[in-house]
Design a protein around this ligand. Sequence first.
Ligand code: MLT
Length: 391
Amino acid sequence: MKINKNYLNLSDNYLFSEIAARVKKYSAENPDKRIIRLGIGDVTKPIAEPVLDALTQSVNEMGKAETFRGYAPDKGYEFLRNAISESDYRSRGCDIEPDEIFVSDGAKSDCGNIQEIFDKENTVAVTDPVYPVYADTNIMAGRKIIYMPCTAENGFVPELPGERADIIYLCFPNNPTGAVITKAELQNFVDYARKNDSVIIYDAAYEAYITEPNIPHSIYECEGAKEVAIELHSFSKNAGFTGLRLGYAVVPKALVREGVSLNKLWARRHATKYNGAPYIIQRAGEAVYSPEGAAAVKKQVREYMENARFIRDSLAGMNYRVYGGVNAPYIWLKTPEGLTSWELFDLLLNKANVVGTPGSGFGKCGEGYFRLTAFGDPTDTKEAMERIRRL
Ligand code: MLT
């Protein structure tokens, strides 16, 4: 028996597990300290009422023989895929059909699993800094990875890959930098992929946080994107489903490589390895698209963005260089006085009892940066800024 030795090329711990372990240790040693967590991008607002109503109703359905449901359809219930197709795509002029949508338990699983339908010999391009799952899952598979630096100089939007990339992961609005991409810049990537026969995996998990006009909400707003792109969505950040778990992947039928439909390949993988998000969660997801549900989740997003504004303004007032936080729930700041990312993490944890995420955990180019999330409770967020001010 041989193990998959590619795993030995990973760092020992997943970034957010490492942070959780350090915070747990500090808490155990300092039980009297109240820690404010602005680290992992986990939401704090409860499920919005119209969504909760749908969830409760479907739980009750499961208790009656005539409305009980067993296994869900492979790709997800039609009621949810129709709602997604209509609200997230057709209403934006993107012609994505329900059978191009695969409902899942979240974008993290999808962005980790999608690489299984690609050969090991493909070269993968990811941004640096990067959401660790894109890089780590390809390291596990033993693929060659090239990094596209995202720096203050390029506005945290990468140049096209310097060498040929077969698979390109992009995430906009970006985790961790909070940067957005213009439609023209995204079109450049789509054109690159068309020319080079590459596939783009576009993570749109933070799309609901876009506040400015003319920022693409979906890669399918770009011409020809259906022939080159898979798009991933999450219900975690816009509707607070981090605990409920729901997401979806779009694999267009026009996406064909080596004469094979990737929609068909992903359908085969999905049906074989996955039994579908629970009925009750898919009903809750459907309610996110109802008029009442959509209004309620929009209000939550606006409130989180108020935290983002507060963090940005407070830090800028303390002479920090801050980025993001305008179209994204993440604020990316330059560490002061030449501190490394982990040094600032330790300083904030020990002296302000505030948890953030060290930028270097997202890659080399993240060194000297630090990420705070806008997902905290508003009072805690204000208190965190006050504690940092007092340092
Ligand atoms: C993050 O903090 O980067 C995210 O919460 C991680 C995730 O969504 O899995």
